[in-house]
Design a protein around this ligand. Structure first.
Ligand SMILES: [Zn+2]
Length: 106
């Protein structure tokens, strides 16, 4: 896994997002690839579209907490983001656990 960041459009250009600082966020390549141009998703058992976490507008700790390497969603926005970005893929959880042991995460 590579530890470099990419400038990701929060609202993709495909959906009218501009290349301005307010619409850009650092993202690892895995998150950027998993998010693609998505803006939200449907959660199981619901037909309401839930938007993704916006790192420029939302507060991380209101929507997530990290427990033993796992990202636990606290809201529907958190749940949608964990799902779309596949934040709890086993390799990613293991990497966070290793970084935690080394004092490098969170
Ligand atoms: Zn990431």
């Amino acid at each position: 896994m590579v530890f470099t960041f990419q400038a990701d459009h929060i609202v993709s250009r495909k959906h009218g997002g501009l290349t301005v600082i307010e619409n850009l966020a650092n993202a690892c390549s895995v998150c950027n690839q998993n998010k693609s141009s998505d803006l939200g998703t449907y959660l199981p058992g619901s037909n309401r579209l839930v938007r993704l976490f916006n790192p420029r507008k939302d507060v991380w700790r209101k929507h997530f907490k990290a427990v033993n390497g796992e990202i636990i969603p606290l809201t529907k926005i958190g749940t949608a983001t964990v799902k779309v970005l596949d934040l709890n893929d086993a390799d990613r959880v293991n990497l966070r656990r290793l970084l935690t042991i080394q004092g490098r995460y969170p």
